[in-house]
Design a protein around this ligand. Sequence first.
Ligand code: HEM
Ligand code: HEM
Length: 184
Amino acid sequence: MTQKSKKTKRHNRTKINFALDIVLALIFVFGMEVYFTGIPLHELLGLFFAVGLIVHLLLHWDWIVALTRTFFKKLLHQSRVNYVLNAALLIVVVAMTLSGIVISQTLGLSLPMADSTYLTWSTVHALSAQLVLVLVALHIAMHWRWIVTNSKKYLFIRPNTRQQQVSSKQTPFGRRAIREQAHE
Ligand code: HEM
Ligand code: HEM
């Protein structure tokens, strides 16, 4: 594979990651507002979140494998902190999704259970969702620089970039720039 096609592939991969990360964040925010969405939509969003998350993990599979292999080699390292945070996040997200499925009312499951059992699972669900909120905030903080760089690249593309290039040519070499502009 040539250097250029490798670069394009990496660029496309970043674009996909970026789009998926935004979708995940949005689903999560609406998922937290169950009384706004209503239970049926909430349960669907929760399932979409789980599917999106699996894709998110698959897209970072190389990172997961590499870090799992080298985890015990170095003691303190930023990616190690990141790894522990990601592992905690995974456990709590699984708890949130499973407890959500157990108390689900509209997916056709409606598992029979005593009120007290329902209450316990519903508490697990609510608490794990709050914990996920805190951990996702930390997760986002750990990737803040990546988010800012790619937001600038993909979200805030300045419309007059080309015009700006031309006017910047004008400043030091006034006449030449005007001549070049005439040829463009
Ligand atoms: C609202 C949900 C989430 C958002 C917005 C989010 C966002 C991000 C961002 C911005 C990155 C770095 C850029 C990238 O390559 O995509 C990332 C990487 C990663 N995320 Fe998430 N993430 C979320 C949930 C999770 C969860 C629940 C896990 C579970 C373990 C997870 C695991 C990972 C892993 C393993 C990486 C790559 C390694 C790393 O750099 O930390 N993410 N995520
Ligand atoms: C993005 C993932 C999810 C988030 C952030 C989330 C968050 C929440 C929150 C904050 C509540 C309100 C808890 C309370 O204060 O009582 C709730 C309730 C509920 N969730 Fe989820 N949830 C998610 C996924 C799911 C899934 C996948 C299901 C089922 C398939 C589900 C089913 C329910 C049900 C039935 C309730 C109502 C519980 C009750 O009031 O008795 N959730 N969820």
